[in-house]
Structure formats: structure tokens, C-alpha cells
Design a binder for this molecule. Structure first.
Ligand code: C2E
Ligand code: CA
Ligand code: CA
Length: 703
């Protein structure tokens, strides 16, 4: 059982991380190179300027010393020659020797602008008596050094240098540095790449693991032993998926397994069938879906306390599973490796079986019959014997329904019909669908009819053969429609039983019958009234109580009421039947077994049950008409049995005088049938009784 996870957006693995690390390293190196170069260039420039200034000052001071010597000698001509020689030097813009007032003694180079600058610096050197300098915006350096002789400033030597005299050219000096840096950067790329790959390897593994969990919902635990955060993360992930796995399993359990029996539940069953149908669309395979109702299960469970009920359900489920396995083996003769039938619990007393590769309706019917038979075998639990009463409906999944829901609905429909079918097995056909619709319409109409009191009791006379008089009757339900049409029970009783309306309907008939019978008795024409009991009424533990209340209400002598209970209702659970009818019998109500001979009565059970009357089933009377000697023998046996058990016999469905005579000759007590009349309305029946009483009077008068 593997619940598919919704597909998650696929997780991207950290492949980009490596590239990003390389780019980052390269950028870092580039920035480092740029910053270093900038620092170098800037540093070199200021250093160049500082040097230029220092050299200029030294040279100027030297010039001042030499000029002082020459000036002391008063030889201006020599001064000029000295200056000429100096200005031939590259980058010397101007050299000038001035007196203590700043007036030029000798000069070479320099324009008007230079002269202004030189005059200004000269003034500063003269006043400060130390070297003064100036650096103009375009980098031209001017230094003026005082010429000092015996403590007196006698003049000034001025030197003016071009801006680029000592300019530091950064590029050539930086080239090797930049080259080394570039080589380092090149080497750093694979190194960084490798280092990053090594570092993020566990992360890669974690990402792959997460992707697998995301896609498949599970993965074997991940094993990372790096002793760092990766290991912590891996352990956390393992814990998380472990818990996720456990939760998923729990959810699947809750969602798809019946908690008591541990069998697949309806949802799971639907999935199983749907999956098969989907698969078999290509293979054109077929499968059967069977729904089994264990009819006696709800009542058995009602009698148990919750713990015992659960245990019993588990025993029943085990039995169901083993029955399915056996039948699967026997009926399908399943070759090894074929898909086995899948049992499931669909409802309180409803179980399902999905049988793959079952194609024909006849195979499906055989499967269902065998399953019913296996489930109907009595079994022991806590020292008691139980039978479950299985009822099975089957639909062929591939033929009948496009999907699992439809197949299961069809199988359920067949199961409902199976309750009244031979061997309690029904295979779904389309007519069941139409019937279901008609039944639903009828059911709806019946609810209204019940409210409007349209169901009335009609009374069919019963002749006491000893006196030849109508001394009793059977109340039979009739539906009198507003348009006065009469619908007979054959049509509405099955629907009433299925829908549960039978309870209300039977109660209404019972009430009317009791009230009418009480009225006849009060009028001096008593007649016992027999009322049919439905299986649903009989299932109620308060049945006897309800009947006795109605009888008391109506003011009817209990001995004037007879309850007709069918053989099958009694024999389903004779012990319980006894418990239910005992109080009625004690109160004096008469009890009849209806339709006797068509069910399976156990003589032992029959002898223990306090019945007063046996109603021989109509089929035996029908058979008599056809001259069936076997039926005649059965009728004689039933009559003998009744005599032995001291019970009265009613022959119903008698239409021919010969049959009445046949029955009378063999000691039958009561005759009911069209020979004496069909069921009539209460006033008509009262009239029959009155007329009979009138005949009696006139007969007496005649005597
Ligand atoms: P049932 O209890 O066996 O009733 C006897 C049926 O045989 C009645 O059919 C009756 O009209 C019919 N019948 C009587 N004499 C003859 C005859 O000479 N020839 C033939 N061919 N039929 C005869 P009905 O009234 O259609 O009832 C059918 C069944 O419906 C009843 O069978 C009974 O099981 C059920 N039913 C009728 N009324 C009620 C009711 O009030 N409550 C319950 N629970 N069931 C009822
Ligand atoms: Ca009856
Ligand atoms: Ca009957």
C-alpha cells in the first residue's frame, strides 16, 4: 500500500554554487589587484613628489652655497655661467640667483608667470631665512634657498623644476606585480572550484536526498559523517523522513483499513477495482465485484457488548477471508501467480470481494453460490453455534460499469434483489436498474399513501370445516388509490419490506384488523382475525408488547387474534422466535405458521415452538389440482404431523370443491380460498357475517 505523494516542485541541486564560488574568488582577486594597484600608484606618486621636492631643495641649497661663494667674490659673470650649465639639465625650467631684496642677479629660463611664482617664493625664503617652496597645480616645483654669509642673508637661489621631473611611471613597475596576480587568479579558479566541490559535496548529497524524498515520498536514510552542520542536517532530515514515513503509514491505515477487521475498507476497495478497470482497458479483461450481506450479523452484534462485538466481527472477518480464499481456489482454479480475489469490509454487515479475471455471468454466479454456501456453514464461537445468512449480489466490472463506483452500486443493487432470489444470489442485469427506478417511485408514492391512510385491511373468509361456517378471516393489505383502483400486496409488499415501510404498513393493518374484529364480536358475530407479520416487525424485541397493546386498545379478546408468521422467519433463529412469541401465546393470542412446506423447518424446533396452526402453502394445493401425487403425499404428511403436534391445519388457496373435499377427508380444520371468496372490504365482510347469522336464524325458524 503506497500512497502517492503529490509531486513537489523539483529541487535544484547546488551545482551553481561551485560556479558562484569561482566567480566570487575571481572577483575578489580582481578587486584586490585593483585596490593594490591604486594604493601603489597613489603611493608612488606622492613618493615621487616628495623626492622631487627633497632633491630640488638639496640642489637649491647646494646652489645657494656655491652662489654665496661666488657672490662673496662679487663675480656675477661666473654666476651666470653656473646657471647656464645647470639649466641645460633636462626638466630644469628656470634657475635664478637674487640678492637680499629679491632682485635678479642672474637667471636662466622662466616666463612671466614663472617669475611671479619665483618672486613669491623668494620673498618667503628671505623673510623665513630657510628654504621655501611652492608646488603649482600643474606639478611645477619651485624652491628658494637663502644664501647666507656670516649670519647675514645676502641673496636667494631659486630653482624651478618641470612637473614630470621625478614623475613615477606606475605601469611598467606594476606590470610584474599584475602578471603575478593574474597567474594567481588563474591558478585560483580550479583550486577554488575543487575546494568548493569538496566542501559542498555533502550538500549535494543532501539535495539529491531531498529531491528523491520529494519525488517518491521516501528514500533510504542518508549517511553523512562530516561531524559538522552537514551531519546535523542529514540526521535531522533522516528523522524527518522517518517520521513522515510513519505518519504516512498511519494515515494510510486510517484511510484505507477497517479498524476492527483489518480488512481493506470501501475506499481502498474502490481504488483496487478502479485500478483493475484502468489496467484492463488495454487487455480487455473482466472482473467481478461481489457485495455480500451477512443478514444475521447486525442482530448478533446487538446482543454483544462492544468488546465482544469487536472480537466476534474479527472472527466473522477471518471466516469471510478464508471462505473467499477457498472459493477462489475452487471456482476459479486460479493458476499460480494469478491475482487473488480481494476481500474487503464495505459496511456494518456488508462485505465485498473483488475477483479479477472472472469473465462470465455463469462463473460469477458459481462463485457467489459457493461463497454463500461457505459462509452459511455454522461455526462455533465461545461455545455457541452461529450462522451468518449470506446474501450475495454480483456485477461484472468490465461489462456492467465504467468505474468502480458503478460496479459496486450495481453489485449492491443485485444484492438487494438477491434477498428474494433462489440461493440468495443475484447477478446484476440492466433490468435491475429499471426495477430500481420503478421501486423508488413506488416507495415515494407509498409514503404519501401511508399518511393518507390508503392502505386498508381486506378480509378473506376462512371456513371451519367442522361447522361449514365462516368463523375466521385473514386480513390482507390493499392499497386503495384515490381513483378507487386497488393495488394488491404482490406489488407493494416487497418494496415496503425493502424500504422499511412494511413496519408502519403492517402496524396499520394490524390495528384496523383488531378494531374491526372487536366490532364484529360486539355486534354478536364474532370471527377470529389472522394478521400477517412482517420480518421487520418480528425483528423488533418489542413486537409482543406492541401487539398486546393494540389488542387491548381495540378491546379484542386475544384468542380472536391469530398471527401468521412465515416458516422462514421462525426457523432463522428458533430460540429467539420462541422468546418473542412466548408472551403472546401466554396472553392467549393464536399463532400460525404461514406458507408451511416451502421453507426448511426443523421438526425438533417445530415441536418446541408453541404454534396453534399450520397454514399449508398454496403451492401444494396448486399441485393437487394438477394431480401431483408427491404433493398429495406431502399434504398428508403435514396433516399427520399437525395431528401429532396437536395443531390445527388451514388449507389456503383452495379454489376447487375437490380439493376442499380432499382436505376435509384428511382431517383438515380450515379452508380458505376463492372457492368461498376472495378478500373483501370490512363492511362487505361484516355483511357476510350478518347474512350467515340471518341464515342461521331462518334455519332455526324453519326447524
Ligand atoms: P399470504 O399471507 O400467503 O396471503 C394469501 C394470499 O393468497 C393472498 O394474496 C390472497 O389473496 C391469496 N389467495 C387467497 N385465496 C386464494 C386462491 O384461492 N387462489 C389464489 N390464487 N390466491 C389466493 P395477497 O392478498 O395478494 O397477499 C399476498 C401476500 O402479501 C400474502 O401472502 C402476505 O404474505 C402478504 N401480505 C398481505 N397483506 C399483508 C399484511 O397486512 N402484512 C404483511 N406483513 N404481509 C401481507
Ligand atoms: Ca398469510
Ligand atoms: Ca400464506
Amino acid at each position: 500500500m503506497n500512497l502517492r505523494l503529490p509531486k513537489l516542485a523539483s529541487l535544484s541541486r547546488p551545482r551553481g554554487l561551485q560556479a558562484r564560488a569561482v566567480v566570487f574568488t575571481a572577483m575578489l582577486m580582481a578587486v584586490t589587484a585593483a585596490v593594490s594597484a591604486a594604493i601603489l600608484i597613489f603611493g608612488a606618486q606622492t613618493e615621487g613628489e616628495r623626492q622631487q621636492l627633497s632633491i630640488t631643495r638639496d640642489l637649491t641649497e647646494h646652489l645657494a652655497t656655491r652662489a654665496g661663494d661666488i657672490m662673496a667674490r662679487g663675480n656675477t659673470r661666473v654666476l651666470e655661467m653656473m646657471i647656464q650649465g645647470s639649466t641645460q639639465q633636462r626638466n630644469v625650467r628656470s634657475i635664478s640667483i637674487r640678492d637680499a631684496q629679491g632682485a635678479v642677479l642672474a637667471q636662466s629660463g622662466g616666463d612671466a608667470q614663472d617669475n611671479i611664482i619665483m618672486a613669491r617664493v623668494t620673498q618667503r625664503a628671505l623673510s623665513d631665512r630657510v628654504s621655501a617652496y611652492n608646488r603649482s597645480a600643474d606639478g611645477v616645483v619651485t624652491v628658494a634657498s637663502p644664501v647666507i654669509r656670516e649670519g647675514h642673508v645676502i641673496g636667494v637661489a631659486v630653482r624651478m623644476w618641470e612637473a614630470d621631473a621625478y614623475k613615477f611611471d606606475a605601469v611598467p613597475s606594476l606590470t610584474p606585480f599584475l602578471l603575478i596576480l593574474a597567474c594567481l587568479a588563474l591558478a585560483a579558479i580550479p583550486l577554488t572550484s575543487h575546494a568548493v566541490r569538496q566542501t559542498i559535496a555533502p550538500l549535494d548529497e543532501l539535495a539529491r536526498y531531498a529531491a528523491k524524498v520529494g519525488e517518491e515520498g521516501q528514500a533510504p536514510p542518508i549517511n553523512i559523517r562530516t561531524g559538522d552542520e552537514f551531519e546535523t542536517l542529514a540526521n535531522a532530515l533522516n528523522n524527518m523522513t522517518g517520521r513522515l514515513d510513519a505518519s504516512m503509514r498511519q494515515i494510510q491505515e486510517i484511510a484505507f483499513v477497517d479498524p476492527v477487521t483489518r480488512l481493506p475498507n470501501q475506499d481502498r476497495f474502490i481504488r483496487e477495482v478502479d485500478f483493475f478497470i484502468l489496467q484492463s482497458q488495454s487487455t480487455k479483461g473482466g472482473a467481478a465485484v461481489a457485495v455480500v450481506d451477512l443478514m444475521r450479523l447486525p442482530r448478533l452484534l446487538q446482543t454483544l457488548d462492544p468488546d465482544a462485538a469487536r472480537e466476534f466481527l474479527r472472527v466473522v472477518a477471518d471466516r469471510f477471508v478464508s471462505s473467499v480464499r477457498t472459493v477462489d481456489r475452487v471456482v476459479r482454479m486460479r493458476p499460480q501467480g494469478d491475482r487473488p480475489a480481494v476481500p474487503a469490509r464495505l459496511g456494518a454487515s456488508e462485505f465485498g470481494v473483488f475477483v479479477p479475471d472472472l469473465l462470465s455471468a455463469s462463473d460469477a454466479a458459481r462463485f457467489a453460490q459457493h461463497l454463500n454456501a461457505a459462509l452459511d456453514q455454522p461455526f462455533d464461537w465461545r461455545g455457541h453455534k452461529f450462522t451468518l445468512g449470506a446474501c450475495c449480489g454480483v456485477a461484472l466490472a468490465a461489462h456492467d460499469g465504467g468505474d468502480a463506483d458503478t460496479a459496486i452500486r450495481h453489485a449492491r443493487m443485485a444484492m438487494a434483489a438477491a434477498h428474494a432470489a433462489p440461493a440468495r444470489v443475484k447477478i446484476y442485469t440492466q433490468s435491475l436498474d429499471r426495477e430500481a427506478v420503478a421501486r423508488l417511485t413506488l416507495e415515494r408514492e407509498m409514503r404519501g399513501a401511508l399518511e393518507r391512510n390508503e392502505f386498508r385491511a381486506y378480509f378473506q373468509p376462512k371456513i371451519n370445516l367442522a361447522t361449514g361456517r365462516i368463523e375466521a378471516c385473514e386480513a390482507l393489505a390493499r392499497w386503495i388509490r384515490p381513483d378507487r383502483t386497488i393495488i394488491s400486496p404482490g406489488r407493494f409488499i416487497p418494496v415496503a419490506e425493502e424500504s422499511g415501510l412494511i413496519g408502519a404498513l403492517s402496524d396499520a393493518i394490524m390495528r384496523e384488523a383488531c378494531w374491526k374484529a372487536a366490532a364484529w364480536a360486539r355486534a354478536g358475530q364474532p370471527a377470529k382475525v389472522a394478521v400477517n407479520v412482517s420480518a421487520l416487525q418480528f425483528r423488533s424485541d418489542r413486537f409482543a408488547e406492541n401487539v398486546l397493546r393494540v389488542v387491548a386498545h381495540a378491546g379484542l379478546a386475544p384468542s380472536n387474534l391469530e398471527l401468521e408468521i412465515t416458516e422462514s422467519m421462525v426457523m432463522a433463529d428458533p430460540d429467539r422466535a420462541l422468546r418473542i412469541i412466548k408472551p403472546l401465546r401466554d396472553a392467549g393470542v393464536r399463532l400460525a405458521i404461514d406458507d408451511f412446506g416451502c421453507g426448511h423447518s426443523s421438526l425438533a424446533a417445530l415441536s418446541k415452538l408453541p404454534f396453534d396452526v399450520i397454514k399449508i402453502d398454496q403451492q401444494f394445493i396448486r399441485a393437487l389440482e394438477k394431480g401431483d401425487t408427491q404433493s398429495a403425499a406431502i399434504v398428508e404428511m403435514i396433516l399427520a404431523l399437525a395431528r401429532t403436534l396437536n395443531m390445527e391445519i388451514v388449507a389456503e388457496g383452495v379454489e376447487r370443491r375437490e380439493d376442499m373435499e380432499f382436505m376435509a377427508a384428511r382431517g383438515c380444520h380450515w379452508i380458505q380460498g376463492f372457492l368461498f371468496g376472495a378478500a373483501v372490504s370490512a363492511p362487505e365482510f361484516a355483511e357476510l357475517l350478518r347474512r350467515q347469522a340471518g341464515d342461521d336464524v331462518s334455519a332455526e325458524d324453519a326447524a
